[in-house]
Design a binder for this molecule. Structure first.
Ligand code: NI
Length: 169
């Protein structure tokens, strides 16, 4: 396994729409394992392949407090949404230091393949539902900051560019 470099907003590669995985092979399993190691190393609760510059539809999440419930999903999609919208404070390993409230459907059904290539269908609510929707958004080149007001988006972008300039200096 390997810890991969995470791209930071506004890197244009975060806007790539990821390609579907045609079959779960060793390469895809390796990618899933690397994403998990990278996510745990960065203390995140979710990570998408797009965030490490790989435009394939693979995500990992672990919303457990004990950090012992890894979930890797290939070609995940939201198959159904239920209930009201729920608000969660979200952050993102690609937008460090920014935490903002985002409203999303509170209960969803996800369809995907698991790490072994088996078709899985799962119902999610609460933090897990928000996290899964956030990660699936990454596969479509979408970031949680896109849901914020234009003014907030401009501030976040400006601050990110400033931080990157300072890091290079
Ligand atoms: Ni994210």
């Amino acid at each position: 396994m390997a810890v991969l470099d995470i791209l930071h907003h506004p890197d244009p590669r975060l806007r790539n729409v990821a390609f579907p995985v045609e079959a779960v092979d060793d390469e895809v399993r390796q990618l899933a394992d690397d994403l998990l190691e990278t996510m745990y190393s960065a203390r995140g609760i979710g990570l998408a392949a797009v965030q490490v510059g790989i435009a394939r539809r693979v995500i990992v999440v672990d919303v457990s407090r004990e950090r012992n419930a890894p979930l890797a999903l290939v070609n995940p999609r939201v198959a159904a949404v239920h209930g009201e919208e729920a608000e969660f404070e979200e952050g993102c390993l690609s937008v460090p230091g920014v935490y903002e409230t985002v409203s999303r459907p509170e209960r969803i059904r996800i369809e995907a393949w698991d790490r072994d290539g088996n078709a899985v269908s799962m119902d999610a609510e609460g933090t897990l539902a928000a996290c899964l929707q956030h990660e699936i958004d990454h596969l479509d080149g979408r970031l949680f900051v896109d849901y914020l007001s234009r003014l907030k988006q401009q501030r976040i972008r400006k601050r990110a560019l400033k931080q990157q300039r300072e890091a290079l200096a």
